[in-house]
Design a protein around this ligand. Sequence first.
Ligand code: NAP
Ligand code: ZN
Ligand code: ZN
Length: 346
Amino acid sequence: MQVRGLAAQKSGDNLSPFEFQRRELGNHDVALDISFAGICHSDIHQVREEWGPAIFSMVPGHEIAGIVTAVGASVTKFSVGQKIGVGVFIDSCRTCSSCLAGLQQYCEEGMTGTYNTFERDGKTVAYGGYSNGFVINEDYAVHIPENLSMAGVAPLLCAGITLYSPLRTWNAGPGSKVAVVGLGGLGHMGVKFAVALGAEVTVLSHSPAKRDDALAMGATHFVDTSVEGSLKAYEKHFDLVLNTVSAPLNINDYLNLLKLDATLVVIGLPGKAYEVNAGTLLNGRRRLAGSMIGGIPQMQEMLDFCGVHNITSDVEIISADYANEAYERTIASDVKYRFVIDASTF
Ligand code: NAP
Ligand code: ZN
Ligand code: ZN
């Protein structure tokens, strides 16, 4: 299948137009026309090799919303014309205990990422979602509720599930106080989900201009972390702190905000180690945890939840030729709140 997209040809390169082949439709495959592809900060980290050596040519993109155009002979889950979503992985071993539990993201052999990796044959480069067409095994795709806009849905496939999952793992709901650190693509989805689940939500942001948006999304408090000492009033305050920040920060300042037995979940992945102060962690029996995206069953649960509660991402729709500028603006925390590329412009 011949497709058009955007690729970086080597580390740190700008994205430029790229034509390439995807595999022909197998028996269990679904082909889709991509409608929108979200720009996740993970795309930027990988194009710039901030997580270590990467595979080039790289077609980034793991927030993919499209329409099914063809199905393989054995496909039962999808039919032509349906809305379909693809996220951060396209395959896994299918037999380990994580895969059998529907936690494919924690596959013991390692999930097969949507890009910057090889497919399970060990030699075919996986090309991501910044393109106009995709082929996916039906078991690794999800249904998109009919009532949701495709542009606003694309970011749910990574940013959405990545915040929905820890909110469910740590039982955010009525009576719990949740803090979201960083109001970016991930963070703003965390605010929307935590509010919909009934939690009291506080946004901790270094961008004071985002205050009104945070409150409009349902947060009840906004703390401008660029003001020295602003976190002081929130020490021992939260049941759950979700750190979505893409840059290194002093994690101890945020551990201090946890109540007895409460949890700080690391979600942002700046590619640099945090220095944890043992005294801060053990005082209050605090927990420091991590969470990575979500498995296929939970992705579907999240999308169904969005359909019922009418939740989508706030997006800025761009054409393919704006992607490099969108990267710079994302790094500058200057996006409301996710760029999505209109795939008809590739
Ligand atoms: P994003 O849209 O760029 O948002 C990151 C936010 O972090 C910014 O909006 C900003 O929020 C804050 N921030 C950025 N630089 C900062 C700095 N120097 N100091 C303090 N705060 C800063 O990024 P994203 O797409 O949401 O991704 C966030 C991180 O999560 C990335 O590292 C990404 O790789 C990672 N990620 C992890 C998973 C997972 O499974 N765990 C999945 C996807 C992405 P304010 O302006 O409000 O301060
Ligand atoms: Zn992502
Ligand atoms: Zn597995």
